[in-house]
Every structure is written in structure tokens, then in C-alpha cells.
Design a binder for this molecule. Structure first.
Ligand code: CA
Length: 222
């Protein structure tokens, strides 16, 4: 899961980035509204954490432009503006949630999880195909009732494949999903992750198939 953090307070940004990274999210950080706007036109993010008081373009303007482009990326507004009209305005412009500063990192993470779940899993708390069960809240895989250890990258690949089950996902899409500005991932690395993940799915009934020249497809049991 790749998240854009638009926030000009460096200390706060460091804290949020560290907390989210520890939980397996990839975070790209920008400090101005125009940088957020251009990042959002270039990269398919899974969610945006958006400060409103940003240099050179207000956060509400960033949000307006995002929705005008028809992008449905979930947005959590993070701001010191706590007046009711500000909240109403933010939500009316298409924000999915709104948090006022100061806040607890745990609560921000929970809200991010909630908007991601709503967006990706239509609010399901688990995805079940016979012996394959994926807990979308705890982000844990169970095969025949047994928990399976997955790395953060394996989780990211599995989630993308699950969200597009029975559809081909190409290496470029996986690369964009698994890279941040600070760490980009190669096609080779993707192949290794998929190889490991395929082994871990043995016995689940779900088949992770390579479509030569196109990408990968996750097929549920017949
Ligand atoms: Ca600010």
C-alpha cells in the first residue's frame, strides 16, 4: 500500500512516516500543495493524508483538483482547522475522513486502515475462498486454518492480486504498488516475491499463475 503524505511540518511528518512504514506501508512525503498535486497526477496512490495549510496551494484545492480529475483515491484530511464549516467543506469536497491536530498516531493508522478497507475490500473484514482466508483488518493470511508468515512485500503483492482476482496484474503495476521514492523495486525482485508467495499459497486452493509476457493472475478454487 502506497500512501502520499502532504504535510509541511517536518517533525509530524517524520513521526507519521515512521509509524506507517513500520506497518508495511510505503510513504512518499511532500511539503507543498503543488508537489502533492503533481505527485497525485503521476502515481496511483492507495490513500492520501492531506494537511490543509500547505505552502503554495491549499490542501482543499489539492483535493478539489484530485476529484475533478475523476480520481477516487481515499483522502484523510489532517489539519489544525477544527471549525465545523471547515470539516463540512472538506467532506463535501470529497474527503473520506477528517482528523484535527493534535492527534494520536494509533488513531490516524486506524482511520487509514478504515478508508483503505472501504476502498479496496468494500468493507469486508475477510476474504475467503475455501481453505484460503485473508484477514483484511489484521492483514494476515490463513491456509487451512493455519497462519502463514508473509513479509510486508508479500502482503502488498497478495493484496493487489486479491483486489483484482481473476484479472491479470502486470509487473509495472506491481512495481508502482511496491515502490516509494526512497526505495524502488526491480522486476527481478517482483519475480522473487511472487515465487515465494506462490509456494506459501500451496494447499490454499488459490493458484498464482504466471501469464508469460503479461504478468500474474490469482485464481480462486473452481
Ligand atoms: Ca501545515
Amino acid at each position: 500500500m502506497r500512501i502520499l503524505l502532504a504535510e509541511d511540518d517536518q517533525m509530524l511528518s517524520n513521526g507519521v512516516t515512521m509509524a506507517l512504514s513500520q506497518n508495511g506501508y510505503l510513504v512518499d512525503h511532500v511539503k507543498s500543495g503543488s508537489a502533492a498535486d503533481s505527485a497525485l497526477t503521476q502515481t496511483p496512490y492507495d490513500a492520501v493524508i492531506l494537511d490543509l495549510g500547505l505552502p503554495d496551494m491549499d490542501g482543499l484545492e489539492v483535493l478539489t483538483r484530485l476529484r475533478q480529475r475523476g480520481q477516487a483515491t481515499p483522502v484523510v484530511i489532517l489539519t489544525a482547522r477544527e471549525a465545523v464549516p471547515d470539516r463540512v467543506n472538506g467532506l463535501d469536497l470529497g474527503a473520506n475522513d477528517y482528523m484535527t491536530k493534535p492527534f494520536h498516531l494509533d488513531e490516524l493508522e486506524a482511520r487509514i486502515r478504515a478508508v483503505l478497507r472501504k476502498d479496496s475490500w468494500s468493507n469486508q473484514t475477510e476474504v475467503r475462498y475455501g481453505d484460503f482466508v485473508y484477514d483484511t483488518v489484521g492483514r494476515r493470511l490463513y491456509v487451512r486454518g493455519e497462519p502463514v508468515d508473509l513479509s510486508a512485500r508479500e502482503v502488498a503483492v497478495l493484496e493487489l492480486l486479491l483486489q483484482r482476482i481473476n484479472k491479470v496484474v502486470n509487473k509495472q503495476q506491481l512495481t508502482e504498488h511496491l515502490s516509494s521514492w526512497e526505495s524502488s523495486i526491480s522486476f527481478n525482485a517482483i519475480e522473487i516475491i511472487v515465487h515465494r508467495l506462490r509456494k506459501k499459497l500451496l494447499g490454499s486452493g488459490c493458484n498464482l499463475r504466471t501469464i508469460r509476457g503479461l504478468g500474474y493472475i490469482l485464481e480462486p478454487p473452481q
